[in-house]
Design a protein around this ligand. Sequence first.
Ligand code: SF4
Length: 243
Amino acid sequence: MSIQEPSNRYSVIREKNPREILLLRGNGCKWRRCSFCDYHLDFSRDEEANFLLNERELAKVTGCFKKLEVINSGSFCDLDKKTLERIRCVCEEKEIHELHFECHWMHKDEIPKARDFFAEKGIRLKIKMGVETFDFDFREKVLKKGITAESPQEIAKYADEVCLLFGLTGQTLDSMKKDIETGLALFERVCINIMVENSTKMKPDRDVIRLFAENLYPVYIGNDRVDILMENTEFGVGDKYEQ
Ligand code: SF4
Protein backbone atom coordinates (compact mmCIF):
# COMPACT_ATOMS: atom_id res chain seq x y z
CA MET A 1 0.00 0.00 0.00
CA SER A 2 1.26 3.51 -0.62
CA ILE A 3 -0.34 6.70 0.60
CA GLN A 4 1.89 9.52 -0.40
CA GLU A 5 1.90 13.11 -1.48
CA PRO A 6 -0.35 13.36 -4.59
CA SER A 7 1.73 14.11 -7.67
CA ASN A 8 -0.85 16.45 -9.17
CA ARG A 9 -2.92 19.01 -7.31
CA TYR A 10 -4.04 21.32 -10.14
CA SER A 11 -6.12 20.54 -13.20
CA VAL A 12 -8.59 22.06 -15.64
CA ILE A 13 -11.97 20.43 -16.32
CA ARG A 14 -13.01 21.45 -19.83
CA GLU A 15 -16.14 19.40 -20.52
CA LYS A 16 -19.09 19.88 -18.17
CA ASN A 17 -19.29 22.96 -15.98
CA PRO A 18 -15.77 24.01 -17.12
CA ARG A 19 -13.62 24.98 -14.18
CA GLU A 20 -10.20 24.84 -12.67
CA ILE A 21 -9.75 22.37 -9.82
CA LEU A 22 -7.26 22.34 -6.97
CA LEU A 23 -6.53 19.63 -4.44
CA LEU A 24 -5.27 21.61 -1.45
CA ARG A 25 -4.15 20.32 1.93
CA GLY A 26 -5.81 20.98 5.27
CA ASN A 27 -5.29 19.82 8.83
CA GLY A 28 -7.41 16.73 8.27
CA CYS A 29 -11.00 15.56 8.03
CA LYS A 30 -12.59 15.71 11.47
CA TRP A 31 -14.98 12.84 10.74
CA ARG A 32 -12.59 10.23 9.33
CA ARG A 33 -15.04 7.39 9.88
CA CYS A 34 -16.45 6.75 6.41
CA SER A 35 -15.88 3.06 5.81
CA PHE A 36 -14.86 3.46 2.16
CA CYS A 37 -12.45 6.38 2.50
CA ASP A 38 -8.70 6.60 2.79
CA TYR A 39 -8.09 9.95 1.12
CA HIS A 40 -8.45 11.74 4.46
CA LEU A 41 -4.84 10.60 4.91
CA ASP A 42 -3.77 13.56 2.75
CA PHE A 43 -3.38 16.09 5.55
CA SER A 44 -0.81 17.75 7.77
CA ARG A 45 -1.05 19.29 11.22
CA ASP A 46 1.68 21.74 10.17
CA GLU A 47 -0.45 24.74 9.17
CA GLU A 48 2.46 26.75 7.82
CA ALA A 49 3.57 23.87 5.58
CA ASN A 50 -0.03 23.52 4.38
CA PHE A 51 -0.22 27.20 3.58
CA LEU A 52 3.05 27.14 1.62
CA LEU A 53 1.89 24.14 -0.39
CA ASN A 54 -1.55 25.68 -0.98
CA GLU A 55 -0.04 29.03 -1.95
CA ARG A 56 2.14 27.30 -4.54
CA GLU A 57 -0.87 25.51 -6.04
CA LEU A 58 -3.07 28.62 -5.97
CA ALA A 59 -0.44 30.44 -8.04
CA LYS A 60 -1.31 28.08 -10.93
CA VAL A 61 -4.90 29.32 -11.14
CA THR A 62 -5.49 31.40 -14.29
CA GLY A 63 -9.21 32.14 -14.02
CA CYS A 64 -9.69 30.75 -17.55
CA PHE A 65 -13.27 29.66 -16.85
CA LYS A 66 -14.04 32.07 -14.00
CA LYS A 67 -14.91 29.08 -11.83
CA LEU A 68 -12.74 27.27 -9.33
CA GLU A 69 -13.30 24.06 -7.38
CA VAL A 70 -11.19 23.54 -4.27
CA ILE A 71 -11.11 20.11 -2.69
CA ASN A 72 -8.97 19.11 0.28
CA SER A 73 -9.75 15.52 1.27
CA GLY A 74 -12.08 16.75 3.99
CA SER A 75 -14.05 19.96 4.45
CA PHE A 76 -13.18 23.56 3.60
CA CYS A 77 -13.05 24.32 7.35
CA ASP A 78 -9.94 22.11 7.60
CA LEU A 79 -8.05 24.72 5.57
CA ASP A 80 -6.04 27.28 7.51
CA LYS A 81 -7.17 30.90 7.68
CA LYS A 82 -4.34 32.19 5.47
CA THR A 83 -5.21 29.69 2.75
CA LEU A 84 -8.87 30.77 2.83
CA GLU A 85 -7.80 34.39 2.53
CA ARG A 86 -5.44 33.54 -0.33
CA ILE A 87 -8.23 31.67 -2.15
CA ARG A 88 -10.41 34.78 -1.86
CA CYS A 89 -7.59 37.02 -3.13
CA VAL A 90 -6.87 34.75 -6.11
CA CYS A 91 -10.57 34.65 -7.00
CA GLU A 92 -10.74 38.40 -6.84
CA GLU A 93 -7.57 38.92 -8.92
CA LYS A 94 -8.59 36.36 -11.57
CA GLU A 95 -12.23 37.49 -11.61
CA ILE A 96 -13.47 34.08 -10.50
CA HIS A 97 -17.10 34.49 -9.45
CA GLU A 98 -17.95 30.92 -8.54
CA LEU A 99 -16.09 28.84 -6.00
CA HIS A 100 -16.89 25.23 -5.13
CA PHE A 101 -15.95 23.78 -1.73
CA GLU A 102 -16.46 20.41 -0.08
CA CYS A 103 -18.11 20.14 3.32
CA HIS A 104 -19.08 17.33 5.67
CA TRP A 105 -22.49 17.53 7.31
CA MET A 106 -20.87 18.04 10.74
CA HIS A 107 -19.69 21.50 9.61
CA LYS A 108 -23.01 22.60 8.13
CA ASP A 109 -23.41 25.47 10.57
CA GLU A 110 -20.13 26.99 9.38
CA ILE A 111 -21.41 27.32 5.82
CA PRO A 112 -23.34 30.63 6.13
CA LYS A 113 -20.27 32.45 7.51
CA ALA A 114 -18.13 31.11 4.67
CA ARG A 115 -20.74 32.16 2.10
CA ASP A 116 -20.65 35.68 3.56
CA PHE A 117 -16.84 35.79 3.62
CA PHE A 118 -16.64 35.13 -0.13
CA ALA A 119 -19.75 37.12 -1.01
CA GLU A 120 -17.99 40.25 0.31
CA LYS A 121 -15.88 40.03 -2.86
CA GLY A 122 -18.72 39.03 -5.15
CA ILE A 123 -17.84 35.32 -5.10
CA ARG A 124 -20.70 32.78 -4.97
CA LEU A 125 -19.83 29.78 -2.84
CA LYS A 126 -21.21 26.42 -3.94
CA ILE A 127 -21.10 23.69 -1.32
CA LYS A 128 -20.61 20.09 -2.44
CA MET A 129 -21.51 17.46 0.12
CA GLY A 130 -20.54 13.80 -0.03
CA VAL A 131 -23.90 12.19 0.63
CA GLU A 132 -23.04 8.95 -1.22
CA THR A 133 -26.67 7.73 -1.09
CA PHE A 134 -30.00 9.07 0.16
CA ASP A 135 -30.80 5.65 1.66
CA PHE A 136 -30.41 6.51 5.36
CA ASP A 137 -29.74 2.99 6.64
CA PHE A 138 -27.21 2.08 3.97
CA ARG A 139 -25.47 5.42 4.33
CA GLU A 140 -25.21 5.35 8.10
CA LYS A 141 -24.91 1.64 8.88
CA VAL A 142 -22.69 0.56 6.00
CA LEU A 143 -20.89 3.71 4.89
CA LYS A 144 -20.79 5.35 8.36
CA LYS A 145 -21.20 8.73 6.77
CA GLY A 146 -22.32 10.68 9.80
CA ILE A 147 -25.21 12.57 8.21
CA THR A 148 -28.04 12.88 10.70
CA ALA A 149 -30.46 14.61 8.31
CA GLU A 150 -33.78 12.84 8.19
CA SER A 151 -34.52 13.74 4.59
CA PRO A 152 -32.72 14.77 1.38
CA GLN A 153 -34.62 18.06 1.65
CA GLU A 154 -32.87 18.80 4.92
CA ILE A 155 -29.48 18.25 3.28
CA ALA A 156 -30.52 20.56 0.44
CA LYS A 157 -30.92 23.42 2.93
CA TYR A 158 -27.13 23.46 3.22
CA ALA A 159 -25.59 21.87 0.13
CA ASP A 160 -25.81 23.02 -3.48
CA GLU A 161 -24.29 19.87 -4.97
CA VAL A 162 -23.93 16.25 -3.88
CA CYS A 163 -21.51 13.40 -4.44
CA LEU A 164 -22.88 9.88 -4.76
CA LEU A 165 -20.87 6.70 -4.40
CA PHE A 166 -21.81 3.67 -6.52
CA GLY A 167 -20.38 0.25 -7.07
CA LEU A 168 -20.96 -1.23 -3.63
CA THR A 169 -22.49 -4.56 -2.64
CA GLY A 170 -26.10 -3.97 -1.68
CA GLN A 171 -26.76 -1.29 -4.28
CA THR A 172 -29.16 -2.06 -7.11
CA LEU A 173 -30.11 -0.50 -10.42
CA ASP A 174 -33.23 0.95 -8.78
CA SER A 175 -31.39 2.31 -5.74
CA MET A 176 -28.75 4.03 -7.89
CA LYS A 177 -31.36 5.49 -10.24
CA LYS A 178 -33.38 6.76 -7.31
CA ASP A 179 -30.29 8.40 -5.81
CA ILE A 180 -29.46 10.19 -9.08
CA GLU A 181 -33.03 11.37 -9.60
CA THR A 182 -33.29 12.64 -6.02
CA GLY A 183 -29.98 14.43 -6.47
CA LEU A 184 -31.10 16.08 -9.70
CA ALA A 185 -34.45 17.11 -8.22
CA LEU A 186 -33.02 18.80 -5.14
CA PHE A 187 -29.49 19.90 -6.02
CA GLU A 188 -27.82 21.89 -8.77
CA ARG A 189 -25.29 19.24 -9.65
CA VAL A 190 -24.59 15.57 -8.93
CA CYS A 191 -21.14 14.01 -8.95
CA ILE A 192 -21.12 10.21 -9.20
CA ASN A 193 -18.01 8.45 -7.97
CA ILE A 194 -17.53 4.79 -8.75
CA MET A 195 -15.91 2.84 -5.94
CA VAL A 196 -12.30 1.94 -6.68
CA GLU A 197 -9.89 -0.29 -4.85
CA ASN A 198 -8.19 1.53 -1.98
CA SER A 199 -6.56 0.71 1.33
CA THR A 200 -9.89 0.23 3.19
CA LYS A 201 -11.71 -3.09 3.55
CA MET A 202 -14.56 -1.83 1.36
CA LYS A 203 -14.22 -3.35 -2.11
CA PRO A 204 -15.78 -2.35 -5.42
CA ASP A 205 -18.55 -4.73 -6.50
CA ARG A 206 -17.92 -5.49 -10.18
CA ASP A 207 -21.52 -6.64 -10.79
CA VAL A 208 -22.97 -3.40 -9.40
CA ILE A 209 -20.47 -1.36 -11.43
CA ARG A 210 -21.47 -3.28 -14.56
CA LEU A 211 -25.15 -2.57 -13.85
CA PHE A 212 -24.34 1.12 -13.59
CA ALA A 213 -22.08 1.18 -16.65
CA GLU A 214 -24.57 -0.61 -18.89
CA ASN A 215 -27.82 0.99 -17.75
CA LEU A 216 -27.23 4.36 -16.11
CA TYR A 217 -23.97 5.70 -17.52
CA PRO A 218 -25.45 5.98 -21.06
CA VAL A 219 -28.53 7.82 -19.69
CA TYR A 220 -26.70 10.41 -17.60
CA ILE A 221 -23.34 10.91 -19.28
CA GLY A 222 -24.88 13.55 -21.58
CA ASN A 223 -26.44 15.45 -18.68
CA ASP A 224 -24.57 18.67 -18.06
CA ARG A 225 -25.49 18.58 -14.36
CA VAL A 226 -23.99 15.16 -13.79
CA ASP A 227 -20.28 14.40 -13.43
CA ILE A 228 -19.37 10.71 -13.58
CA LEU A 229 -15.99 9.56 -12.34
CA MET A 230 -15.41 5.94 -13.22
CA GLU A 231 -11.94 6.43 -11.69
CA ASN A 232 -11.43 8.89 -8.82
CA THR A 233 -8.52 10.54 -10.66
CA GLU A 234 -10.59 11.56 -13.68
CA PHE A 235 -10.71 15.22 -12.64
CA GLY A 236 -6.93 15.17 -13.08
CA VAL A 237 -5.95 15.60 -9.43
CA GLY A 238 -4.74 13.02 -6.91
CA ASP A 239 -3.23 9.62 -7.62
CA LYS A 240 -4.42 6.09 -8.16
CA TYR A 241 -4.07 3.60 -5.33
CA GLU A 242 -1.02 1.37 -5.69
CA GLN A 243 -0.25 -1.75 -3.69
S1 SF4 B 1 -15.94 12.95 5.41
FE1 SF4 B 1 -14.88 12.76 3.42
S2 SF4 B 1 -12.69 12.82 3.89
FE2 SF4 B 1 -13.79 12.45 5.83
S3 SF4 B 1 -13.77 10.22 6.09
FE3 SF4 B 1 -15.69 10.76 5.05
S4 SF4 B 1 -15.29 10.64 2.83
FE4 SF4 B 1 -13.30 10.67 3.93
